[in-house]
Structures are given as C-alpha cells and as structure tokens.
Design a protein around this ligand. Sequence first.
Ligand code: DGP
Length: 111
Amino acid sequence: MTIFKKIIDRDIPAKIVYEDELCLAFHDVNPQAPVHVLIIPKKEISAVDAIQAEDKELIGHIFCVIPKIAKDLGLAEGYRVVTNNGLLAGQTVAHLHFHILGGRPMMWPPG
Ligand code: DGP
C-alpha cells in the first residue's frame, strides 16, 4: 500500500483542497513552488504506464477538475501540470499523481 492510499483512507493526514468520488487533491509535503498540490485518482493506478482504456473517463475527469483547483488556489496567471512516470523520471510514489505547480515563473526545459 502506498502513502497516497493511506491519505485517501485518512490513515495519515494531508492538507486536502478537493475531493469527490473519483479523486483527491492535497498539498505536497515537499513543495517546489509557492503552490504545489497533487491530484490523485482514488483508484490505485501505479503510474501513467498502468493506465488502462477503462480509466479514460477517470483521467479525463481529473483533467476537468485541475483547472477548478488551480482557479481556487489563485493560479489564474498560469500553472504547470506534471507527472513523473518511472524511476528515471523521478517517480517516488507508485500511485498515479499529477503535480499542480504555480505561484512563480516556471523554467523550461524542466530538469
Ligand atoms: P513524485 O516524485 O512525482 O513521485 O512525487 C511524489 C510527491 O509526493 C513528492 O513531491 C512528495 C510528495 N509526498 C510524498 N509523501 C507525501 C506525504 O506523505 N504527504 C504529502 N502531502 N505529500 C507527499
């Protein structure tokens, strides 16, 4: 079981900013920007690589929710959505998550 499943189950605390039947969003414990929120499916999907065709609606739903969260967090001027897939990309938690980063200018290319 991952740490994010424990957050979904309320076994460990998190600063939750959004929740519905399909997904949960909460502040990252190690923020890389003034605003750094993670949005995760409640379904246990380990990574982008593990997304199945049956998850299309769920993933689409998450991307419909992201702009609402960004607006609520005051990111009208722009924000970045990032997902790390696999070790080389720096994925450290094996539960699919999208980082929502904002509140400062973002560099490109990313590191
Ligand atoms: P990634 O490296 O893409 O797998 O991102 C995992 C993120 O999860 C990382 O930015 C730190 C965050 N994180 C890890 N453990 C916890 C936790 O227990 N609570 C919260 N809120 N965030 C966590």
